[in-house]
Write a protein that binds this ligand. Structure first.
Ligand code: BES
Ligand code: ZN
Ligand code: MN
Length: 516
């Protein structure tokens, strides 16, 4: 469904001599020198070939070194490549390299700007000291994610539309260096699954209803060594998954719960991590139907489950020393004669009874069952992610996810997200919000009993907490904003699915593997 990712090769030859279609260099501004431009590390030989005129020429073309700014310069025989592309990396860094996210975004922007090229070399600052391993990783991820493009459904090729870059060469000090090569392998695995997440999110919702989504995940898991279990509608009913059944029963395309398990080899008593994702393949709101405007965007309401499925695929390839299990709760939220309704009381998988007040709060219904199942299977951690509330977008915007859960685990999510460029911010689970969800007739209301939307992102977290077993460390990551990008392409974000929070989930798995 998508354009293939570019191939990736490490090279340690002189960038000025690389016979490629274009060569990307970094560009800083120097605030202490009145904003004068400075080529970033890696671009030395190219600057030398321009005989001292490189920065002056780039300035003439309007370059300022601002992060993500792309300036193209014809080289007219000064170096082997016909084109230099200078990408702004901000102020001259105080340390050995710019911030990793600046590099990730800058590389993404440069590679996007080079669509139509066959082979592109990246001569960006990769410090050769091993204490900056994140730098090469960020450059590789930025390149592989920035070159993503969803193939889409057009029946004719678009005139003037240029295909993504096909081959990337990345200049490093030593192309045979084992840790650099390991970063390439890792980046290829990670980018492949982030791209797959984007594909799933971008797929039209008539092509990705729960049975098709489940089939796609199972097909992707084939041959990876992951253990796969799929609960269909009958199995969900028989198993008492009241929340998933309630939401799924309104659609002709029945719900699914997909479980993917990875068990590390040769590790006795590994830590257990459960990843849980919301997989609403389309959210009309159900009987509490949504307004028409923007409803199409609810094709992305399965971004959490897509991210969890993708993360498991990467885990199977990266083989960390922790047990990781993914739970993908899939349903289509439709209004129909069989749909669940406001007023319904649902007996959930955990046995708790929930009074439904708004069928548009469907995510927490399916997630509560998936979380409870994860806890019943036995786990040390639950990391759940979902496009759960518009309140997340109101509170934190389109880039920063909201995190609720046990405080230490929330902090680990924040740190993991910060490290990979997927920011997430801890939010509270206040007692008064829980009080507002007391039901007259059941154990808990699904939303505030007076339909008060105050703190409505927090209501989601407070509700889900009820389904986490005692002693399990957990975090709910609300990605309503950051999972889907509606603006113009930006850095390594293209239009549509972003793949957030796949790389956070992988960082969390690494964190648990390293620190328990
Ligand atoms: N899928 C939506 C949340 C959403 C909104 C995701 C915007 C992405 C962008 C969710 O199922 C929903 O409808 N939430 C309601 C909750 C309310 C009924 C308590 C909301 O946000 O209004
Ligand atoms: Zn939803
Ligand atoms: Mn909804």
């Amino acid at each position: 469904m998508t354009h293939p990712a570019p191939t990736l090769t490490l090279v340690d030859s002189d960038p000025a001599e690389l016979a490629v279609d274009a060569i990307v260099i970094g560009l800083h501004s120097q605030p202490d020198e009145g904003g004068a431009l400075l080529p970033a590390a890696g671009a030395e030989s190219i600057a030398a070939a321009f005989d001292g005129k490189l920065t002056a020429t780039l300035a003439l073309l309007g370059a300022t070194g601002a992060p993500g700014e792309v300036t193209k310069l014809a080289t007219l025989g000064t170096i082997a490549a016909p084109l230099v592309v200078a990408v702004g990396l901000g102020d001259e860094p105080s340390g050995s390299a710019p911030a990793t996210e600046t590099l990730r975004r800058g590389t993404g922007a440069a590679v996007r700007a080079l669509a139509g090229s066959e082979t592109v070399a990246l001569a960006l600052p990769v410090p050769d000291d091993t204490d900056a391993p994140g730098v090469l990783r960020a450059i590789l991820e930025g390149a592989l994610l920035g070159s993503y493009r969803f193939a889409g459904y057009k029946t004719k090729p678009q005139p003037g539309r240029r295909d993504p870059v096909r081959a990337l060469q990345v200049t490093v000090a030593d192309a045979a260096d084992a840790s650099a090569r390991a970063e390439v392998t890792r980046a290829e695995i990670v980018a492949k699954v982030v791209r797959l997440t984007r594909d799933w999110v971008n797929t039209a919702p008539n092509d990705l209803r729960p049975p098709q989504f489940a089939d796609a995940v199972v097909a992707a898991a084939e041959g990876t060594g992951l253990e796969v279990e799929v609960l269909d509608f009958d199995a969900l009913k028989a198993g008492g998954y009241g929340g998933i059944v309630a939401v799924g029963q309104g659609s002709e395309a029945p719900p699914r719960l997909v479980k993917l398990s990875y068990t590390p080899e040769g590790v006795t008593d590994p830590k257990r991590v459960a990843l849980v994702g919301k997989g609403i393949t389309f959210d009309t709101g159900g009987i509490s139907i949504k307004p028409t405007a923007g409803m199409w965007e609810m094709k992305s309401d399965m971004a959490g489950a897509a991210a969890v499925g993708a993360a498991l695929l990467a885990v199977a390839a990266l083989k960390p020393s922790v047990a990781v299990t993914g739970y993908l709760a899939m349903a289509e939220n439709m209004p129909s004669g069989t749909a669940y309704r406001p007023g319904d009381v649902i007996t959930m998988f955990s046995g708790k009874r929930v009074e439904v007040l708004n069928t548009d709060a469907e995510g927490r219904m399916v997630l509560a069952d998936a979380i409870a199942r994860a806890c019943a299977d036995g786990t040390d951690y639950v990391f759940e992610t979902s496009t759960l509330t518009g309140g997340q977008v109101v509170a934190l915007g389109k880039r920063i996810a909201g995190v609720m859960g046990t405080p230490e685990t929330c902090e680990r999510v924040r740190a993991a997200g910060d490290a990979v460029g997927e920011p997430a911010w801890p939010m509270p689970l206040p007692d008064d919000v829980r009080k507002g969800m007391e039901s007259e007739i059941a154990d808990i209301s699904q939303t505030n009993a007076n339909m008060d939307r105050a703190g409505h992102m927090l209501q989601g977290g407070v509700f889900l907490r009820e389904f986490v077993a005692e002693g399990v460390e957990w975090a709910h990551i609300d990605i309503a904003g950051p999972s889907y990008h509606t603006g113009e392409p930006n850095g390594y974000w293209t239009k549509g699915g972003t793949g957030v929070p796949v790389r956070t989930l992988l960082a969390l798995v690494d964190d648990v593997a390293a620190n328990g």
